[in-house]
Design a protein around this ligand. Structure first.
Ligand code: HEM
Ligand code: MTE
Ligand code: MO
Length: 479
């Protein structure tokens, strides 16, 4: 084949709009992606790179770090960039936006490095009722921002009287310190179970994108009251928005919202937390301040909190409007209408087996088998029972529930409707005689008698969210 033409950067720069064509460069090659723009899964953001290099943008969006993305790109190749211009580009390349991310514990199973997404091995998760921060799953959409606690300010807006600005010191000294044990679960926890049925889009989480911590901070309710919230505001306001200090390439912060009723309820226990497990919140988990919304999906628990806004409307953020919503198994990417579904808030009943691991081998001489796991439900609904089966769901036994560290006194039972923390469970049962293989299954029941669906296909959805079918692991029995 004849060699492709060579273009200068000036030539490429001329193609910076749909009108004049959209060209980009990648590793010294030139691509005309005009026709791809409308098909881009990430939407119009792609135009930010028009006329220039993809590298600085793809450095922020690790989804592009995949074979199939490069295959798409290769279809649009039109030429090469001059050697000189490539050298200039390389010299101007920005430093890695993730270079100031914190260190992470090596035991975490990494989903993506940049941004960092990782989860602990299941057997480590269920070792402690309070998850140590080092083992707590980390779910970051963007680089971890560097926040100076001395100059940190929280803006509270949307209320009569023109808003309130609070320093970290203000939050710690002007409001009573409140402590809540609350479980945080990502809407994508157990997504890998959905991926096994049919491919979904999203990080392939196992069963440990969930953790339980003791959070301390000021009550959001107290801060909103101090900022002017009252009956007048309750007449028109419906939502409270949260914005993080982490920003994407367009300067748009991570954001979400929760219903106002949850935010101001005395029983809602929503915190502007500055401590996790009795220590300042680690950078990965939102230093210096994060929102903790007990009983509500991880995505609304905004980290590195910069702004709180009381509003009549829901947050317009991408993560509130175009992600974190549930759909029918029959809905595909060509037909999905994000406006048709509500944003996920309270999560459904969930449980999983942490030990033994799928595929483990057990000695028949052991005679008994101990199975452990976690169970939790959203909205403050308490887990009232966990059923375990060793024969794929034919027969069931009730597991023992625990609300504290092993061998220590359990935490005081929560008031009804405020069961924010998970329960760990355990069962020791005789090994069924002669069985060569056991299919272990667990399912939990909450205080509203909500149960988990038995299989994945009826709840499968294109984004792989709300994956809460009975958890199953298969183990082999060795003679
Ligand atoms: C997602 C291709 C440029 C932002 C994707 C995906 C593909 C893709 C195939 C889906 C990946 C997956 O989920 O497996 C491309 C190509 C590009 C390009 C071929 C250049 C020719 C850009 C640029 C930006 C960007 C310049 C940002 C400024 C995003 C975002 C997503 C995404 C935010 C995630 C969407 C979501 O999962 O909700 N892109 N992209 N892309 N892209 Fe791009
Ligand atoms: N807040 C900000 N500012 N940026 C984020 O990327 N991720 C959200 C939420 N808050 C996120 C955020 C999601 S999707 C989840 S599941 C939780 O944080 C994860 O919290 P963790 O990393 O402390 O476990
Ligand atoms: Mo999440």
């Amino acid at each position: 084949s004849s060699p492709l033409p060579i273009f200068s950067q000036d030539e490429v720069t001329k193609h910076s709009s749909l009108e004049h064509g959209v060209w980009v460069t990648y590793k010294g090659s030139v691509y005309d992606i005009t026709e791809f723009v409308a098909m881009h899964p990430g939407g119009n953001k792609i135009l930010l790179a028009a006329g220039g290099a993809l590298e600085p943008f793809w450095a922020l969006y690790a989804v592009h770090n995949q074979e199939h993305v490069l295959e798409i790109l290769s279809q649009y190749k039109v030429g090469e960039l001059t050697e000189d211009d490539l050298k200039k580009q390389r010299a101007a390349e920005p430093t890695d936006p993730f270079s100031s991310d914190p260190e992470r514990h090596p035991v975490l199973r990494i989903n993506t490095r940049k941004p960092f997404n990782g989860e602990p091995p299941p057997e480590i998760l269920s070792d402690s009722y309070i998850t140590p921060a080092a083992f707590f799953f980390k779910r970051n959409h963007l680089p971890v921002p560097q926040v100076d606690p001395a100059s940190y300010r929280l803006q509270v807006e949307g209320l009569p009287g023109g808003g309130l600005t609070l320093s970290l010191e203000d939050l710690k000294t002007k409001f009573p310190k409140h402590t809540v044990t609350a479980t945080l679960q990502c809407a994508g926890n157990r997504r890998s179970d959905m991926n096994k049925v049919k491919a979904v889009k999203g990080l392939n989480w196992g069963i440990t994108a969930i953790g339980n911590a003791r959070w301390s901070g000021a009550r959001l309710r107290d801060v909103l009251l101090a900022a002017g919230f009252g009956p007048d505001v309750a007449r028109w306001a419906r939502h409270v928005h949260f914005e993080g200090l982490d920003k994407d390439v367009t300067g748009t912060p991570y954001g979400s919202s929760i219903p106002l009723s949850k935010a101001v309820s005395e029983e809602g226990d929503v915190l502007l937390a500055y401590e996790m497990n009795g220590e300042e919140i680690p950078r990965d988990h939102g230093f210096p301040v994060r929102v903790v919304v007990p009983g509500v999906v991880g995505a609304r628990n905004v980290k590195w909190l910069g702004r709180v806004v009381v509003s009549a409307e829901e947050s317009g953020s991408h993560w509130q409007q175009h992600d974190y919503k549930g759909f029918s198994p029959g809905t595909d990417w060509d037909h999905v209408d994000f406006k048709s579904a509500p944003a996920i808030q309270e999560l459904p009943i969930q449980s999983a087996i942490t030990v033994p691991a799928d595929g483990a081998v057990i000695d028949r001489s052991d005679e008994t088998l101990t199975v452990t796991g976690y169970a939790w439900s959203g909205g403050g609904r308490e887990v009232v029972r966990v059923d375990v089966s060793l024969d794929g769901g034919e027969t069931w036994q009730v597991a023992q529930l625990r609300s504290g560290e092993k061998g220590q006194a359990p935490e005081a039972p929560p008031p009804p409707g405020r069961a924010w923390a998970w329960k760990l469970w355990e069962i020791t049962a005789p090994l069924p005689p002669e069985a060569q293989e056991l299919e272990i299954v667990c399912k939990a029941v909450d205080s509203s008698y909500n149960v988990q669906p038995d299989t994945v296909p009826p709840i499968w959805n294109l984004r792989g969210l709300l994956s809460n079918a009975w958890h199953r692991v298969t183990v082999r029995v060795r003679d």
